[in-house]
Design a protein around this ligand. Structure first.
Ligand code: IMP
Length: 178
């Protein structure tokens, strides 16, 4: 693998396809163990999770349903400013085991907001699986149940993750070359 240029920035190879696939399989096998006898719903958080989601689900041997959601944010009229809205959820999750699938957990803001919105729909449980996790950037207390790979606080690209909308189609992960 070589250094690549995406838009105006240069990125170097960081996590190989082999290493990614190995950690995806590890996460899948933990989930398979923990949810034996349950029929969970996997909720992929768009856009970034699509590749991890696809590979992960190929190794899940549970009876399950899958769906994708997106968290949008717009300027509110009250003092709190930003308002978040969850779009795309058509399934009734009441009484269900929900597993949220994230590409990366950085500050944790997305995860906490998703948790807040989904909790109101009375699921039996909500757990979070993320491919990548930046512990140095994480500012919340919420536990992250399944982590593929911990990385330092650097900007990464590929395997679903983008820089300005580009690079999501790369099959391995690159890091900003500074
Ligand atoms: P959080 O809400 O700060 O945890 O960040 C969540 C979102 O920020 C992720 O789902 C990504 O879309 C984006 N993000 C965070 N770090 C990176 C990165 O290193 N590369 C690309 N996107 C990132």
């Amino acid at each position: 693998m070589d250094i690549i240029t995406v838009k105006d920035k240069s990125f170097r190879p960081y996590i190989s396809e082999e290493d990614l696939q190995a950690s995806v399989k590890k996460v899948a096998s933990k989930i398979n163990n923990d949810y034996k006898g349950s029929s969970p719903i996997f909720l992929g958080i768009l856009n970034g999770s699509f590749m991890f989601f696809g590979d992960l689900l190929k190794s899940i041997n549970l009876e399950c349903t899958v769906s994708f959601v997106k968290l949008t944010s717009y300027e509110g009229t009250d003092s709190t400013g930003k308002v978040n809205e969850l779009i795309g959820l058509k399934e009734d999750i009441e009484g269900k085991d929900v597993i949220l699938i994230e590409d990366i957990v950085d500050t944790g803001n997305t995860l906490v907001k998703l948790h807040e919105i989904l909790s109101k729909k009375n699921p039996k449980s909500i757990k979070i699986a993320t491919l990548l996790y930046k512990p140095e950037a994480y500012k919340k207390d919420h536990s992250i149940d399944y982590v593929g790979i911990e990385i330092p606080n650097a900007f990464v690209l590929g395997y679903g993750l983008d820089y300005d909308g580009l690079g999501r189609n790369l099959s391995s992960i690159y890091v900003l070359n500074e």
